[in-house]
Design a binder for this molecule. Structure first.
Ligand code: ZN
Length: 342
């Protein structure tokens, strides 16, 4: 099959579009013909290499996958060749205490497709049958591939950790990013007032079309001043944070007493400065978040089917243009997801 392999950790030049052996399935697995695979910042981190991540090279990236069933393992029931599928990107043991209570993303054996194991930058992929999600029939493959990782991530951050309720004020950073554009929609779905940030007025206009109430261009104005001008001193209940260093201090200062900052990433740098007096005097919560429970995918997909949440697709490119897709994501100009099509 054709695939894009990562030869070793590094820059764009380590990605090669080439022929590799077809994957073989185990009895409890399904072979999926990949029709679309969406990029995530995770792909960039894995491509560059991370200290804790020991991979066998060549590796194959890609965790957000939509496609069709090509072959079904002998122990798998209720799945037919040709069936359209969307894949849940998280792999867990399915047997431990955390998995049993539905908190599979806290499993000590948790892995993500394309990060710890081979992913979807390929024509075919072998996955455990329990990673198959119901296909959202109102979407094409490229649109469907935009959903799993970012909506699950934003859902856990806002709904499970931030406990958003109608009337709350939520600040969602990076309106043009996958997790940002999902977070804006989820916060609106729960009846919140949504503040969002972006580096261009064009992105903010598109964020308003997704439901954001107030847009702040962080290149033109100070975040804290802009939020205070619109809503008074310290008005934010929950911050959806994934940019790291650049907006950290101001994000904490925007929070109400007792408010929560939930973080799932650090695209501008992971080392931040925190005034602990802000945290303890004002009783702020700083919460870490990665992915979400597999069960949440079903709830998210029901909202997608009803048109209450929608994928945000920037563009699709052929799989052979993976280097260009990575370049576009690193450049930060896209609004929503960049998708590769094998
Ligand atoms: Zn487990």
């Amino acid at each position: 099959m054709k695939a894009v392999i990562l030869q070793s950790p590094g820059g764009l030049e380590q990605l090669f579009y080439t022929d590799v052996l077809d994957p073989k399935i185990r009895a409890d697995e399904v072979l999926v013909r990949v029709r679309a695979v969406a990029l995530n910042h995770l792909d960039l981190w894995v491509r560059r290499g991370m200290p804790h991540l020991k991979l066998e090279y060549p590796h194959i990236l890609g965790c957000d996958i939509a496609g069709e069933v090509a072959e079904v393992g002998s122990l798998v029931e209720g799945v037919k060749p040709g069936q359209k599928v969307l894949l849940h990107p998280g792999l867990s043991c399915g047997r431990c205490e955390r998995c049993s209570e539905g908190r599979d993303n806290l499993c000590s054996r948790y892995q993500i497709l394309g990060e710890h194991v081979r992913g979807g930058y390929a024509e075919y992929l072998a996955v455990p049958a329990r990673n198959l999600l119901p296909y959202p029939e109102n979407l094409d493959f490229s649109q469907a591939a935009c959903l799993p990782l970012v909506f699950l991530t934003a859902w856990q951050m806002l709904v499970d950790k931030g406990r958003i309720r109608p009337g709350m004020r939520v600040l969602v950073h990076g309106a043009g990013s996958g997790v940002g554009s999902a977070g804006i929609q989820i916060a609106k779905l729960f009846g919140c007032e949504v503040f969002t940030t972006a580096g261009s007025d064009e992105k903010l206009a598109r964020a308003k079309a997704l439901g954001a109430d107030f847009g702040i261009n962080y290149k033109k104005e100070n975040l804290l001043e802009a939020v205070t001008r619109v809503a008074g001193k310290q008005p934010i209940d929950v911050v959806l944070e994934h940019v790291g260093k650049a907006l950290w201090k101001e994000s904490l200062l925007c929070l109400k007493w007792g408010g929560a900052l939930v973080t799932c990433g650090a695209t501008t740098g992971p080392m931040v400065e925190t005034d602990l007096r802000q945290v303890f005097f004002r009783q702020l919560q700083i919460l870490g978040s990665t992915m979400g429970s597999r069960a949440s995918q079903f709830e998210i997909l029901r909202h997608v089917a009803a048109g209450r949440l929608q994928p945000v697709l920037d563009r699709s490119l052929p799989l052979s243009e993976a280097r260009e897709a990575h370049r576009l994501l690193e450049e930060g100009g896209a609004f929503g997801k960049i998708v590769l099509v094998p």
